[in-house]
Design a protein around this ligand. Structure first.
Ligand SMILES: [Zn+2]
Length: 198
């Protein structure tokens, strides 16, 4: 299917994509502003492209490949949050996480005792991280932040739904992993009653 790659396609992003082998890596490391990466002050800048950068480049290539194979054809500037959702659903077929349907007897069990026909999907954590990387990559490839389809409201809502459903289906609380639950704030004990007149 990839035989039709006419070089005269007027897609702006195609040209930026082709030189992402070495030169682009350097620029991303040099550029001081890296909005989406969560390194607080850039204290530890790796000299080689990090695993994150490599993964980000692979994700980006996968997404561009998806756009190229899309019917009807899609170019990056045409991409909306709805297309991103379509892409995420498409990725589910490569997922490795069992997510039980609500009708499954193992719904809500972290370690089911037997196999069941429920589908394998992409785990929420993978999707969440993927969207973060693609969101950054989109802007690194010249996309405007205000039209970033990976930051669309629909995508945020979708991820939240997936998280909540998978937490229920698998009996896993994602909140616990992200931050330790604070010990319940107990009300201070009432001050001892002064021995008033008895
Ligand atoms: Zn099941």
């Amino acid at each position: 299917m990839d035989l039709v790659s006419e070089p005269s396609k007027p897609i702006i992003y195609e040209s930026t994509m082709t030189n992402n082998n070495s030169s682009n890596t350097i620029t991303t490391l040099i550029t001081p502003q890296s909005p989406a990466t969560s390194s607080p002050s850039g204290a530890t800048t790796p000299t080689t492209p990090s695993r994150y950068e490599n993964q980000k480049r692979r994700d980006w290539n996968t997404f561009c490949q998806y756009l190229r194979n899309h019917r009807p054809p899609l170019s990056l500037p045409m991409c909306s949050g709805a297309h991103v959702l379509e892409f995420l659903r498409y990725l589910d077929q490569f997922g490795k996480t069992k997510v039980h349907n609500q009708t499954c007897p193992f719904f809500g069990m972290p370690n089911p005792p037997a196999p069941c026909p429920c589908p394998l999907r992409q785990a929420w954590g993978s999707l969440d991280a993927l969207i973060g990387r693609l969101r950054a990559a989109y802007e690194e490839h010249g996309g405007r932040p205000e039209s970033n389809p990976f930051g669309a409201r629909a995508v945020r809502l979708f991820l939240r739904e997936v998280r909540d459903f998978q937490a229920k289906a698998r009996g896993v609380s994602y909140e616990k992993k992200r931050k330790r639950p604070k010990p319940k704030v107990m009300p201070p004990p009432p001050p001892p009653q002064p021995p008033t007149a008895a």
